[in-house]
Design a protein. Structure first.
Length: 231
């Protein structure tokens, strides 16, 4: 794997796609981003002092399902043993939470040709700076230097890209999830908010929610917590 370090860049995901023409896989690490991206049209604020990196790799398209969740699982399995006190949790499908605040986010982008996808798996992690009031940092949780964390995250992403153990991943997701079984949540469907009760996750790492119209699997919608409930 080729590792490329940059002082600053527009987006590590953008650079990962560009370098995939020469290296596969490739890891891009930057000290800052000028055009960091989140899900949808969201912008990822990227001041110096945090971690911004992406891993680019070619995958078969059949392995794209649930990829952001797979990456989140493996990143937490690497980072949580380094943290003292409360551990990072996965706010399905792609955010990393600490103390009920956002500490990081994962963005998976793909460019598909036939049965092959060029994938950029990016992560932003608030190590020293929390640019938003709703965010927090992990730098006070007694972890080693940033280069060691970057190494762990790159290793975690590479493992996630090749992990095909559906049953094991579902078990890990239940253990690491910020959402709990029985919680009342809201998600968007066809542009409208829908509420339901969290039932768990299926083999594709989709969230299972029970609504007034029955149980359904949510694949990619933004989900928010409403209140605790019972199954």
């Amino acid at each position: 794997m080729k590792l490329i370090r940059l002082e600053s860049t527009d987006s590590t995901n953008t650079q990962a796609f560009q370098y995939l023409d020469k290296f596969d896989p490739v890891a891009i690490i930057a000290k800052a981003q000028s055009s960091g991206r989140g899900r949808g049209e969201n912008r990822w604020e990227s001041p110096p002092g945090n971690i911004y990196l992406s891993v680019g790799k070619t995958l078969e398209t059949r392995f794209l399902a649930g990829l952001s969740v797979r990456v989140a699982i493996h990143v937490l399995l690497k980072l949580n043993p380094l943290l003292k006190g409360e551990k990072l949790r996965i706010k399905w499908p792609n955010d990393l939470y600490l103390h009920d605040k956002k500490a990081g986010g994962i963005l998976i982008e793909s460019r598909i040709t036939a049965t092959v996808a060029r994938v950029a798996a990016g992560i932003g992690l608030n190590l020293r700076n929390a640019p938003l009031e709703s965010a927090t940092i992990i730098g006070e949780m007694s972890i080693p230097d940033s280069k060691k964390i970057e190494q762990f995250i790159v290793e975690a992403i590479l493992t996630a890209l090749s992990d095909r153990d559906s049953a094991g991943l579902v078990k890990q997701l239940h253990a690491l999830s910020w959402f709990q079984i029985g919680e009342k949540v809201q998600f968007i469907e066809h542009g409208e908010p829908v509420s339901g009760i969290v039932q768990g996750y299926d083999d594709s790492l989709a969230m299972i929610v029970r609504t007034g119209n029955g149980r359904r699997a949510i694949i990619a919608s933004e989900v928010s917590r409403l209140q605790k409930s019972t199954p």
